[in-house]
Design a protein around this ligand. Sequence first.
Ligand code: G3I
Length: 451
Amino acid sequence: MKINKLILLLVSALFFFSCSDDDEIINRSEVETPITVKASFNYTVSTTDPYIVVLQSTTESSVEYQSFWDFGLGGGVVSDDAGIDEVRYNEAGEYTVTYYTIYDGLTTIATQTIIVDENGVCPDGFCGSGETGSLKDAAATFSVGTITRASWVKAGGKHTEILKKEFNNITSEYEMKMNVMYPSQGNYDFSAADAMVNFAQENDMNVHGHALIWHNATPSWVDDFAGTNEEFEVMVKDYITTTLTRFKGKVRSWDVVNEAFEDRSGNPLRNSVFRQKMGDDYIKKCFQWARDADPDVLLFYNDYNMASSTTKRAAMFKLVDELGDLIDGVGAQMHISYEGPSKANIQAVADGTVSRGLKLHFAELDIRANPNEDITSLTNDRAQEQRAKYKEVVQIYNSIPLENKFALTVWGVRDNESWLIDFWGNADWPLLFDSNYNKKAAYFGFLEGLQ
Ligand code: G3I
């Protein structure tokens, strides 16, 4: 058996028989040689991510010795030669870090307990001093948004606590769509929308209305509309006018139309019931009715794959050009992954929007950490790659001119509530907070993008 493995076994065996918060010295041989190696280490909390500690051996010795770490994460013993000196503690708790030195059969051990709370690692074990700022305060020149639901704002608790602390813009995840607000002809139901709009007004937040017209959230009575095309058009105009009039002065912006283009070759307009019954210029008609109902509200076109598909992006910008002054902004959803789209393609969305003098909304940002289903938990390495992608996206957004800034919305607060889990049917951790509402590395990547 190689000497290294023998040492690791020896160290591991020792760990199971002795572990305390004090430095311990275990003499593995009877020699009377003076102790020349005494394990010790310290740690500091990373300045860019309070969940990361930087470990530093402070062992003084006149001889060469071998050394090993156990980070207290259940991953076993790691040789110091591996060069790992930064460790992230993703979840609140107490972790025992153990450092071993071995010289000439003599093992010395140093242990320290690292305490992690909701703000990160407690410096020197003292919690409560790690308060960080917030995303909305760090953004300063644009709104930072996320999605919510009527039941969540009514329930209060940690969800609304984080909404109020970190965000100043909310989007209804699904309750301000036609199938919820207009369940049957002539019968509007704004109760859920009202709950979220009232919450936003009480907490000095803006509301982004999403989405007036979307083929995937059209009530069945509209899809199966029994009247004439003219009657259909009157109904749609009434719906848009009624909705915008109701929320005038309370909802700052609306996605008038969402996802009008196919993904297939040529990116034609989807053959939705709106296109079938109102013609190819249905989009322009809807924007006009919205503009007429509320001249002050900001009107957006919203779609996905704007960064990953150059042809779809071109089709969208062609539509935007045809809408002229009826449109105020472009919503690029940004459902992306840690692997892509590329920085250049994301930048192209920003450039095309800015060059047209329009507002840009990164409207539904989430970043898949597990698109290839190659991990079963969010590893530190993958968390850091996701963090880097959040930083990149936020940097691109934060670099556009002030007049084109509007909002950057993440599509959810905590990982386990993301639509992506059900949609792709595999484990993923796409958002800024974990399922216990702890800030992830991704959260700090977002903050780094603002620096
Ligand atoms: O909360 C109710 C629950 O009480 C009820 O028992 C259950 C069964 O009816 O429905 C639940 O609501 C569902 C909701 O998601 C919450 O899970 C709605 O039926 C369902 O339609 C809704 O799906 C939303 C979807 O849009 C369709 O509106 C997703 O949450 C939402 O993340 C998704 O978001 C879309 C954007 O609007 C546009 N871009 C793509 C994005 C992802 O598809």
